[in-house]
Write a protein that binds this ligand. Structure first.
Ligand SMILES: Cc1cc2nc3c(=O)[nH]c(=O)nc-3n(C[C@H](O)[C@H](O)[C@H](O)COP(=O)(O)OP(=O)(O)OC[C@H]3O[C@@H](n4cnc5c(N)ncnc54)[C@H](O)[C@@H]3O)c2cc1C
Length: 578
């Protein structure tokens, strides 16, 4: 990818006048950017932080069919989600993998009547669901999954088998059902890979991080470099507002006062619990809670355990942080299904919270708010000569379908037609990724030989970068210098990321280009070591490096519950993070 500074230079030269401007570099904005690039339409994407630094970095990391939405009768959404899940399994197999899901149920026939009412949309609030109701839902789910089927259908697990596998299951569990969904290792990396694919296909397309929409001066949108404060003015042909939980303030900055969204906050904990990780194995437990919500717990690739999530109305998308009350809640619900397993606070290595960008809705159970997306068009007016298309909602899983709908609307505005369907388009290192384990072993062996790497190292790179590992390995040139405190990453690999993936701030590297933060490896030592590599690669001054280290440590401590990570005297003065 070209360096950010080159793109800012083009902006100064007026290269973006009259373009389609996409606001928001989360998965939905990037999805639109990628689709338009494939249609030969260059666009300008502006993101006030890093790519995927908003809600797109806070999901349960499931690429899922949305089984739960059957309860509220959202069939079209479930069908679309299942189809998109199956496509992602095919197009991004290096990042998206099948996930066996176990649903323990606490009764056989419980909740059938109420579930029927919800199904018919005569009742909105969620209620208890026994095995019979869940099974009915799974049957429908299986039918939807027939398009590009990639995984087995659901089955009932004999309770004796379930208890043998999970001896800790609550005695009140009556039945266990298994079905398949999928999970994504790094939603942040896949977003960046999509940016790379788009700019490769359409070199005039530009995605610029740390550039915020600040307001509008007549026909021109005011953009502010959120690092240096420099201001730019660009007069777009059309705007696509994909600012997620922030679409209302962004529309407001463009002079549109209407409010369309109302978010709910959700938090996850990453736990260092080897015993729980071992018990879970490859399966995710997806269980109903005392308040009839669905929570989940599963083992991450790095061996830690992910536990989530909450669903709380919020007006404050800015300050989404996992609260102590949410930690108590999540510990409590885990105890309901696996008594005696409740974690301790010191076992938390990372927390992440995000705000779901949901349509504005009246009071009521948050679980009943639609998770579907819609597009709203604001006509141009005398003061604003360009239309604005605002996306409301939009899940991670369905981003491609959502982007295709938006790109079609943009193409219609431009009087152009679609050149290519994006359904079968591989993503980043998913191109040419071997489908079978034997093929992956062969690929890793060849990679190891070709790049003079240890075989396990080559396998790790393949798992992390897909087939792009060939380029990463070549850049490493047979060297492997472990990063202090995060020894599965090498200094050489980090340098490749810095050269290729438009990482701009230290936290981009710690939290999004790598899983160092998420896997609980972001000690102060590691952050400082990465700061040194980044300073050397990007030519930072000692002062900028110290500021970046302080900012990153403060962010980890305040936003992600990484304890003992407040900056010390060695680092710059504390960085203000809201
Ligand atoms: C707890 C939780 C769990 C979830 N789990 C899943 C899951 O497992 N699977 C799934 O499919 N979905 C899941 N979701 C939903 C999914 O994560 C989101 O719907 C999706 O990531 C939204 O992406 P987005 O691009 O619309 O928004 P975002 O990722 O938030 O992107 C919007 C971007 O706009 C930027 N922005 C804001 N203001 C400005 C401005 N003035 N100028 C420029 N840029 C601006 C922000 O910085 C942000 O990066 C979950 C959500 C939550 C909160």
């Amino acid at each position: 990818m070209r360096p950010r500074e080159d793109l800012l230079g083009k902006l100064r030269d007026g290269a973006a006048e009259g373009v389609v401007m996409i606001i928001g570099g989360g998965i939905n904005g990037v999805g639109v950017f990628r689709d338009l690039a494939r249609q030969g339409v260059p666009s300008l994407l502006v993101e006030r932080g890093d790519f995927a630094s908003g809600t797109s970095a806070a999901p349960s990391r499931l690429i899922h069919g949305g089984l739960r939405y059957l309860e509220t009768g959202e069939f079209a959404l479930v069908r679309e989600s299942v189809e998109e899940r199956n496509l992602l399994l095919l197009n991004a197999p290096h990042q998206v993998r099948p996930l066996p899901v176990w649903i323990p149920t606490f009764s056989w026939a419980g909740g059938a009547f109420a579930a029927g009412l919800r199904f018919l949309r005569l009742k909105r609030s969620p209620g208890p669901k026994g095995a019979a109701v869940v099974r009915l839902g799974l049957g429908i789910f299986d039918r939807f999954g027939e398009f590009h089927r990639t995984m087995p259908k659901h089955r009932a697990i004999p309770i004796a088998e379930a208890r043998a596998r999970f001896p800790g299951l609550a005695p009140s569990v009556k039945a266990v059902l298994e079905y398949y969904d999928a999970r994504i290792s790094s939603p942040e990396r896949l977003t960046v890979e999509l940016v790379g694919d788009a700019e490769r296909d359409c070199p005039e397309a530009m995605a610029i991080p740390y550039l915020a929409v600040d307001g509008r001066d007549g026909a021109a949108v005011r953009l502010r470099d959120t690092i240096t404060g420099e201001t730019f003015r660009v007069a777009p042909r059309l705007i696509v507002n994909c600012a997620g939980a922030w679409v209302d303030p962004v529309d407001g900055a463009l002079g549109i006062p209407e409010r369309l969204t109302g978010g709910t906050k959700g938090s996850h904990l990453v736990l260092d619990r080897p015993d729980l990780a071992a018990a879970l194995g490859e399966a995710m437990l997806y269980f109903e809670t005392h308040d009839h919500r669905a929570c989940l717990v599963y083992r991450l690739d790095g061996g830690k355990v992910m536990l989530g999530t909450t669903d709380l109305r919020t007006e404050d998308a800015e300050g989404a942080i996992c609260s102590e009350a949410e930690i108590d809640y999540l510990f409590g619900v885990l105890e309901e299904v696996l008594p005696g397993s409740a974690p301790r606070r010191e076992e938390i290595v990372f927390t992440v919270a995000g705000v779901r960008p949901l349509p504005r809705s009246a009071a009521g159970a948050t679980g009943a708010i639609s998770r579907d997306h819609s597009l709203r068009r604001f006509e141009p007016g005398p003061d604003r000569p360009f239309p604005v298309l605002t996306l409301v909602g939009g899940k991670w899983t369905t981003y491609r379908a959502c982007a295709a709908q938006i790109a079609d609307a943009v193409l219609a505005e431009l009087g152009r037609s679609r050149r290519e369907d994006t359904r079968a388009l591989p993503i980043g290192g998913g191109a040419g990724f071997p489908r079978e384990p034997s093929g992956r072993d062969r690929f890793a062996r060849d990679l190891a030989e070709g790049a003079s790497l240890a075989p396990e190292r080559a396998a790790l790179l393949l798992g992390r970068y897909g087939t792009t590992a060939v380029g990463v390995a070549a850049a490493c040139a047979g060297r492997f210098t472990p990063v202090a405190g995060a020894g599965t990453y090498s200094v050489e690999e980090i340098r490749w990321i810095l050269a290729e993936e438009r990482a701009t701030r230290l936290d981009d590297l710690v939290l999004r280009r790598t899983l160092i933060g998420f896997d609980g490896l972001a000690s102060a030592t590691t952050v400082r070591a990465l700061g040194l590599i980044m300073a050397e690669s990007l030519g930072w001054s000692a002062e900028r490096r110290a500021e970046e280290v302080a900012r990153c440590l403060t962010l980890l401590a305040r936003r992600h519950h990484v304890v003992e990570n407040e900056p010390d005297a060695e680092d710059h003065a504390q960085y203000a993070i809201g």
